[in-house]
Design a protein. Sequence first.
Length: 444
Amino acid sequence: MSRPPPPPRGPICLTRRDVHATIVPRSDPNKRGKNPRSGPRTSHSRPAYHRCHEARHPIMWTASHFLSDCLPHQAAMYAANGPPATMSSTTTPSKFPDREALADDFLPTGEAGAAVATKRPVIVHIQDDPSDHSETEHADGPLPRPGLLARVITLLAILLPLAGFVAAMVLLWGTGFSWLYLGLLAGGYLLTAVGITVGFHRLFTHKAFEAHPVVKVTLAVLGSMAVQGPVIAWAATHRSHHQHSDHEDDPHSPHNHGEGVRAMLKGLLHAHCGWLFTNSAARDYTRYVPDLLTDNTLRFISRMFPLWVVLGLLIPAAIAFAVTGTWYGAFLGFLWGGLARVFLVHHVTWSVNSICHTWGTQAFTSHDHSRNNPIVGVLAMGEGWHNNHHAFPASARHGLRWWEFDASYLLIRALAAFRLASNIRLPAPERMQAKRKKRNVHQA
């Protein structure tokens, strides 16, 4: 006797492959073929949908950083029903934004009840920001202290690039300079910095835009080559920072060490790189990045982090060897394109945590000491417009004024021009006006 078909599971979400397909229950063999369970596999426990054409599937608020990636469904269901009475087991309670604000926030058409979209928008203006963690916190308490082995590895990851940078500078006075090595340094810096700023930060941590799967993998690997930790751990730490920015449980605030010059210097050192020895996100993934844990590709890339580090150091050495044909050339390629490049990317990135929370201007109201610093803004490819970022964390653009150069945002727009990025989130003009300070505040 043949087994009866399984009971209908109800309407299902559209997957990336099925964006333009008609929603058909899996149990309908007439529409799906002989196998009643054939068809795209979906899961309501992971935010895997670019667009929900019908908004017919049951409400399931995922543990995503932004509640759901199915933005029209999220807005329409929220506007129609308000906050859900129950949540999935992986979702932590939070203070929900106003339903009307959320509906206007994410629907590009501005119609809360219209959950049908025929084309993914390039730009989505956000009215309210659900990732403003100073108002909405998902997890309390500091990150745990890393173990002894982790602290030793961290120390080596800081000192070895420093030694390589010093060695490269010393060899400049001899035979160590060539446009080849300078090109390896500049090219490696730009690629791995993009992996951090566009990939680790704006895409994976804040979901400020959507990217083609190939772009996601490329950015995750390039960011890993910057030697700042696996992508999932990096995102967990940064989300913790936004939830507690410049308050007690902030993993790298320069402002929690007392008053006076000595306390300020201690805070700057802690915010720059000292926090790496006192905070670890390794055991707290489920608190901060449950959505990323459902992405098998990101989990694989995170597990293979040591491989990407080694490749990031050896590839410039291999290029230099192929060009010069000498082992000394390979060694210089390793120094310039490997260790010296890692040193520069490290300290420019860390300057956002230390310098941009101490010196600069505040254009918008935020609940911390974040500052816009033009020097870091240029060197860090737009990350130095840090007050803008803390005022609008989900914005793909950090340089919000015409003269605030944001190379990372320009790259995102270039990806969108080739249809490799979409749903680029920007703060609505009226929201910017509401948060804008009447006069910039300077801090010496």
